[in-house]
Design a protein around this ligand. Sequence first.
Ligand SMILES: [Zn+2]
Length: 449
Amino acid sequence: MPYEGQQASKRGHIDIVKNDDVKKFLSECAYLTQPGDQAAVSIAAHYKPAPKCDVLPQLVVASDGSAYSEPIDKKFPSTQVGYVKTSFMAFDMGDYNGLVTPGSPFVDPYAAASLHNKARAVAFTLPGSNVRYKGLRVQDGFRRAVYEQLSDERTQIPRGGFSVKDMLYHLEGGQIAIEKCPSCGQGGPHLFKRGKDESACSGCGATVYVTDSLRIHEQISDQGDNSSAITRFMNAVEHLQLATLLKAMADNNLSTVSGTAIMVDGPLALFGQPARYHASIQAFYYGLFERCESAGLPPPLIMGMQKDGMVMEHARALSPHLKNGTFCAISDQYRAEFINGIAPLTDNFGHETYYGQDFIYKTDSGRIFDVCLAYPFANKRNRKEFSGQKADPKNYDRWLARAFALIRHLEFDLYENSVVPVALAHRHASISLSPGGTLLDVLTKKHLS
Ligand SMILES: [Zn+2]
């Protein structure tokens, strides 16, 4: 998605909001508006001085994904192929320094270019509608392509070793069950463990793959637009690759992980069919935090940076009323009262999708950020209780000051309210035409020894 100022909107401008029918309809709707001065002052009272420190991570890994669904031949617009690219930028903090001259709002273009050259992309090509991969039915071909590409060398660390597909087993405790055949619906269950990734359906003979547990194929239809399935795949695969990367690093050297910050473009959440994996990703990161803790090391920073969405729109509207250097955790109550303007829809916002907590942070220089920090909890057992715990800043003592220090260090003026690595990863994901590489290339030998 483009940053503000990066790409102009191409929407046609018929101002429907001024249309009388629409006006009448809107008079009966509740929606987000600019808070009045008095309201803004009372919301701003929830903001507290942001904790400070000057500890920066040694390694920053930023990621962003982009997805395309396009007709193969313009004469047959409903015959489509999907292309997903996840871009990663990993850089040692030492290499970053010098990119921004102190006191200047500008980035050194040569330093930015050399940083940009370090970005690595992993690309996936998937059959869309009306494309039969390896002669299989459209949906079966899609399942097979997902299985092959999440198993092959593009996501393996080390080469010939552990892939995103293997990470699924690790996340789910070694064994994965799929209840029904995804092709004919006949009951199983089909059981998978490392080394046994495939199973045959006794009803229709179709092959069931362990990666079918992501359920992305459910959105694929023979005809029609499959771009939402491709987008879901992108979202899931970006988060799964980062987890795989961290597992590989942790297996090699825990202190490298401890000194690492992960910056995802967007919230720490998995949406749609693959959402179930958000819970095991949360548990995996919690386990990593605990391992670092018992080794006497600080836990890594796992953060999502959101540049749009309702929280960010609210933050921008509120920003003039906030003091510099303040922050607030977005609790479910805050979200309901000040952002959505209606009572909470569930006992715990994001219960089925989120593995991180949103914080609004206004930096010392007055820029505003929505930063999502990984939940420091193994699970969300009690919805109501969790809803309170997750938004208590005390539970983020080990991360908040470091997260804010990193944002302050990386903020810059080129794109409004963005940080350099996320902006560069985004640029790489959206414009680079270089062919995809492997996840292994993201890290250097140093990071894996
Ligand atoms: Zn079957």
